[in-house]
Design a protein around this ligand. Sequence first.
Ligand code: DX5
Ligand code: ZN
Length: 218
Amino acid sequence: MGIKLASSILSADFSRLGEEIRAVEKAGVDFIHVDIMDGHFVPNLTIGPAVVKSIRKITSLPFNVHLMINNPDEFIKPFADAGGDYITVHVEACKDLSKTIKDIKALGKKAGVAINPGTDISKLKQAYPNVDLILVMSVNPGFGGQEYIPHTLDKIKNIKKARDTLGLKFAIEVDGGIKVENIDKFSSAGADIIVSGSGIFHQKDYAAIIKKMKSIIG
Ligand code: DX5
Ligand code: ZN
């Protein structure tokens, strides 16, 4: 499996959300990354399950729902029902991570765990054997268009090392500050899925930029 590219719709033009998603799908992205923020876990607000349900109808691409919310357990089912394929919760927001992962899987969805730049990867240990995805945040979550934090590249490398030592198969996704100019750093570090928001949606020619990104990550 080659390295996959995900478009974060946080930086899309929300007045034309359907068209924006169709445009990146046509240009060849592999995932739609949907950022859910609650104004508590992060200092920003985005969308809820109703919007996810409505965009589910216009694309067949898998949805990677990134829950940047407190008490994620309350919202796993609504986002699963709305059409999320991967449901990713933050390790910092979970009271009983193993139970949350189990609950996501019981709904027939892939389970992801996200980790902030300031959180030590030892917090992920218990999750490794049960998750489908680890999401390494390369910025502090809350806003698109930030610069990536360099030490997060080591985090990707260390998580990959742990995965390979344990003989596990979960995917490693990375999110924040990734653009055509620096995407090679993240693919070389060992990411399997690379998210880009403003690096795609704030560019003039989506098709050209996506093609270039995909050719770099192989
Ligand atoms: C940040 C979000 C990211 C964001 C990435 O809190 O989780 O998914 O949309 O945007 P860029 O690629 O612009 O940093
Ligand atoms: Zn995200």
